[in-house]
Structure formats: C-alpha cells, structure tokens
Ligand binder design. Structure first.
Ligand code: F6R
Length: 609
C-alpha cells in the first residue's frame, strides 16, 4: 500500500518529507520519490528501492527547500521502474502529484488526451490524472481539481502541487485515506496519522469526496463542487514516541513488549471493584441488550481470531447466539441480519474494506452496529458511529500483536457487560474474571522476562528448518492456535495450520512427520488429559512436540523437552497468556530465517482494496 507525505512551511522540506516517508516504511513499497517546488520549478527525484536510497540520491542533487510531496509506491499499474515511481509531472511541467488508489478509467482518459497531442511518459494510471489536470488548468487549482474529480472514476487520495502556486498543496480524497495537519505556519498531509505525530496531534481525516487546500496559514476544506465547509479537527491521543522503534530490533518486538501496558490501558476506566462497566462507552439499556437475539462478530485476519476467542468465552456465560464471520464472506452470503442483530465489527486499522462493506450491509438491514477499532475517527468509526476504541497506540509492525491483545481485552469486557445487561452474568463469574483480567498485565510481563524470551528463541532456533507447523489445542485453547499459526505464516513464510487437537485424526494426521512439529497448547485447566492423549498419538507419527503448558506442569516433561511455560490463569483467559509465547515464537523463527519481519512480503498493514 502506497504512502504519502506532504509539507509546506519554512523548515527543511526535503528532510521532513523523507522522514515522513520513513514513517510509512511499514507499508509495502517497491519505489519512492519526492518533488519539491522551489523558485517556481519542480525538482523531482525518484528511485526503485528503499527510502534510504532515495535520500542519498536527493542529497546528490542538492534540492533547495520549498514545499513538497513524497510517495512510496507499491506497483499496481505499470512495472516497478524509476519512471513509474511517483510523483508524476504533467508534460507542461506545471502540475505534479502523488496518488494512492486506482483510477479505473485511466486508459480512456489517456486515449482522449493522446488524441489531443499530449504525450504520456509512464505506464501508470496516475499519469492520466496529472495530464488531465494540466489540460484543464487555467490558473485556478480548485476549479481544475473539481473538474478532475468529475472526470476520473475509482479510488484515490491525490496530493497535488502547481508550479505557479507558491506554498500550496491540494489533496483530493475518495475511497482512500489521507490525513491533514497544521501548526505554527506549517501544513502537512500523510497517509498514516503517525507520520504527523511529532508535529501535531490535532488532525483532520479527509472524508470521501473532499478537497483540502494546505498552506502556511491553515487548511481549508471543500466538497467536489468546490463549496467550502467547516471541519472539526480530531485529537489523536497518541504520541511520537509510540511510533518509534526505540532500542528494539523490530517494531514487532517492541509492540510485543508493550502488551502488559496496552492491556492495562484497555482495562482502565472499565473495571472497578471487581465489576465491569462500559457505560462510559456505550449507552445501551438492559431492554436493548435483551432485544438482540443474535450477535455477529465480523472481522478479518487477526481481528477475526480475536473474535473467535471472544465467542468461545461468551459461550461459557450461556444464552448467546453468536456467529463469528469473516468479513469478506459476510457480505456475500444470505445470513439473517435484522433489527434483532447486534453486529460487532472488529478492525485494528478501521480501514479494512471488507469489514467496512460488511458494516454497511448490516447497517442497511437495520442491525445495531458497533465497531472495535484502534483508530479513532477511522473510516469505519465515522460511518458506524458507536465504537469502542482500543488504546494500543499506533501499531507499525505489519503483523498485529498489541492490537490483538487489546482487542481481546475489549471483547472480553464487552461480552461480560452484555451478559450483565441481559442478567446472565453470575456475580462469582464477574469477580473471578475481573480478578483474572486485572492480574493479566503482570502475567504478560512475566512472559516477557529475559529468561522466557531466551527459552523461546532457543526453541525457535532448533526448529527454524522445519517444513511446517501444526498448532493444536481444544476448546478455549483452540482459538489462540489460529492466531499463533497466522503469525508464523505471515512473517516466516512457513506453512502453519491450526487444528482442534481432536480433529487431526480426520485427515491432517497424514501430514505428520519429523519435519512438521506440533505446537501443543495444553493448559492444565483446559481438557489437559484429552489433549495429551491426542498429542501422544501424533508423537507416534514422528512429529516433534513443542508444548505451551501451565507453569509447574511437571508431567509435560515426560512428553517433550521443548516447553514454554505460561502463568496459571482462568481458562477463559488462556488466549491472553498464549498470545505472547506464540508471537515470540513466530518472531524468532522469522529472525532465524532472515525474513523481513516488520515488512513481510506481499502484506500491507491495512487492506483497503
Ligand atoms: C495479521 C494482520 C491481518 C489483519 C487483517 C485485518 O497480523 O495484521 O491479518 O488482522 O488484515 O486488519 P484490521 O484489523 O485492520 O481490519
């Protein structure tokens, strides 16, 4: 997914843009570029490869300061070449722009303009936008951009400069996110809000069909007819340090280590005196809660697996009719949805298009919708309205870690709160689980002690050459297997399958051998004997065993020497203590295998297409 950074102000434009692009490095990209306008001229540098390479090239060319835009490209239309990298400049050298998204009718526009004698220089869909803008530009940027928005179809975040308009940056947004900020005579725009944190926390999220003009005096917003409107800033309660890697080798490792804190933050203000209370977040009444006959959890990837854990936990309270649905399927099946449905959409980024489409569907069918997201004012939050915001701070590593445990925390609290509103939560269950949750940050911290991490690193070293892994558990120990296997697949590129331990014998057992180790999740208080009897059978097929077991489980050492101990916890909360060992295991396997951990191949942080 491409990244954009724009700057207008009196500081070192080039440095600010390069630094801003570096903050988008977690998004997959293949090439990068920057354009600065100084003395009425567009100075541009582009390169294939990393931002560090772009930075060297820019230095050689000695850009002077001015106002500028930068871009990291993940090729869609046209090969990965320097020439196809953004920014793109119109043939008359008057307009320069960068683009995220896809222009569906690019070819049609190109054919039209070529027939009018305009020469195209790249294979990109983006060039049709810049050439069209230059074609219709008569000195009024807003007029030209509104014409462009009426001519192009598709999704876009465009950031545009005109060489004859000093210190002006324009943005146009439709179906692709971009944020804008302003402080002390400096204006900014970026794809990722965390790129603006060192300058300001008060930002504007561009809406669909919206234009913005950013200059030293401030920002103005218009609709696609050019009519100006007032727009409130949003305050991001994130800080710049949250988006820094600190002394950690990777963002993923840093974010794994942040989990005791993020879980504690999520509990803050929602539990007191051994009681759960979400009334500050939700204005639901017991009557409403009793009226929802069906609960749909809808999400993708890790967020989906957090909901699978939550559903298993909520089942233990009884009386819930719950479905956990993958968002990309939800919209295309004939699942009964209506006013008696509570549809809960879980998305770290708040921008995942499958989840957004599913939310629109549920809303159109009259379901009560709620979002759990890590990004306040993200697209889904703005569209759905009711939301629980996980306070995990920006997550930069592509593989979700701290947002997963923050989601788990929020989901458990929500499940308990709903059960309580419906009169189904026993007091002793509430006390027991709240005690379990409030002791969780300390338990997670114990899983991050050096000795623990070294043990996991050692086990990972021994198994880094395996061909694939099976993750197994039963009941409440099964959902964390799904997430553990996903983590390994994403960052180490190894096949990993999660199975309920009792299900293996129905087929997958055929795959077991010495090259396919089993990661057995065997907490003492969740069907230990049944799981171990499965594992014993699988060991006979030659698969080595790595056990995630409860501390002081001495019996487990009869089966394997590869043991990762987790602290004792309530069975319902096992997903929490399983998360960190499995994240660390995936991390150290990927590290052994020399994989690009923070930017795994083919993956993006938010799947917006
Ligand atoms: C896994 C991962 C993805 C996301 C999925 C949904 O580590 O990051 O599987 O969980 O793309 O993303 P959100 O939660 O932003 O909707």
């Amino acid at each position: 997914m491409c990244g954009i950074m724009g700057y207008v102000g009196d500081k070192n434009t080039t440095a600010i843009i390069l630094d801003g692009l570096a903050k988008h490095e977690h998004r997959t990209y293949d090439s990068a570029g920057i354009a600065v306008i100084a003395d009425g001229k567009i100075h541009e540098t582009r390169t294939i490869g990393r931002i560090s390479k772009l930075a060297k090239k820019v230095k050689e060319e000695h850009f002077s300061n001015g106002f500028g835009i930068g871009h990291t490209r993940c090729a869609t239309h046209g090969e990965v070449t320097e020439n196809n990298a953004h920014p793109h400049i119109s043939s008359d050298n008057k307009v320069v722009l960068v683009h995220n998204g896809i222009i569906d009718n690019a070819q049609e526009i190109r054919t039209d303009l070529e027939a009018k004698g305009i020469t195209f220089h790249t294979e990109t869909d983006t060039e049709s936008a810049v050439q069209y803008l230059a074609y219709v530009y008569e000195g009024d940027p807003k007029e030209a951009i509104t014409k462009l928005t009426k001519r192009i179809r598709g999704s876009y975040a465009l950031v545009i400069m005109f060489s004859d308009k000093k210190d002006e940056i324009w943005t146009a947004s439709k179906g692709s996110s971009i944020v804008v900020g302003h402080t002390n005579k400096e204006g900014f725009c970026a794809s990722d809000p965390s790129a603006l944190l060192e300058f300001t926390n008060d930002i504007w999220f561009m809406d669909d069909n919206e234009l913005a003009l950013i200059n030293k005096d401030g920002c103005k917003f218009f609709d696609f007819d050019g009519v100006e409107h007032f727009k409130e800033t949003m305050h991001l309660d994130w800080n710049a340090t949250m988006a820094n890697r600190g002394n950690y080798a990777h963002y993923m490792l840093k974010e794994i280590h942040e989990q005791p804190h993020t879980v504690a933050q999520t509990l803050l203000g929602r539990v007191a005196d051994n009681k759960v209370d979400l009334s500050n977040d939700l204005d639901w009444t017991p009557e409403q809660a009793k009226g929802w006959k069906r609960i749909h959890f809808v999400a993708c990837g890790t967020s989906h697996y957090a909901t699978v854990s939550a559903a298993h936990i909520m089942e233990t309270f009884g009386t819930f009719d719950i479905r956990t649905e993958i968002a990309s399927e939800y919209s295309y099946r004939n699942i009964p949805i209506g006013p008696d449905t509570l549809a809960i959409f879980v998305t770290q980024s708040g921008e995942t298009s499958d989840t957004l489409l599913a939310a629109r569907l549920a809303k159109s069918k009259g379901a009560k919708c709620l979002v759990i997201t890590n990004v306040r004012d993200s697209t889904i939050h703005r569209e759905v309205g009711d939301a629980l915001i996980t306070p995990a701070g920006p997550e930069i590593g592509v593989a979700a870690t701290k947002t997963y445990t923050a989601q788990l925390t929020m989901l458990v609290l929500l499940g308990m709160y709903l059960a309580k509103l419906r009169g189904n939560l026993k007091e002793e269950t509430e006390i027991r689980l709240i005690e379990g949750l409030t002791s969780m940050p300390a338990k997670l911290a114990s899983l991050l002690e050096q000795e623990q991490e070294e043990n996991i690193e050692k086990i990972a070293r021994n198994f880094a050459d395996a061909k694939g892994f099976f993750y197994m558990g039963r009941s409440l120990a099964y959902p964390p297997c799904l997430e553990g296997a996903l983590k390994l697949k994403e960052i180490s590129y190894l096949l990993a399958e999660a199975y309920p331990a009792g299900e293996m014998k129905h087929g997958p057992i055929a795959l077991l051998d010495k090259d396919h180790p089993i990661i057995a999740l065997v907490p003492k208080n969740i069907l230990w004997e049944k799981t171990m009897s499965n594992i014993e059978e699988y060991m006979e097929k030659g698969s080595p065993i790595i056990a995630v077991a409860t501390v002081e489980d001495e019996e487990i050492s009869r089966y394997t020497k590869n043991i990762i101990y987790t602290p004792e916890t309530e069975p319902e909360l096992f997903s929490f203590v399983a998360a960190i060992p499995l994240q660390l295991f995936a991390y150290y396997i990927a590290r052994q295998r020399g994989c690009d951990i923070d930017m795994p191949r083919n993956l993006v942080k938010a799947v917006t297409v």
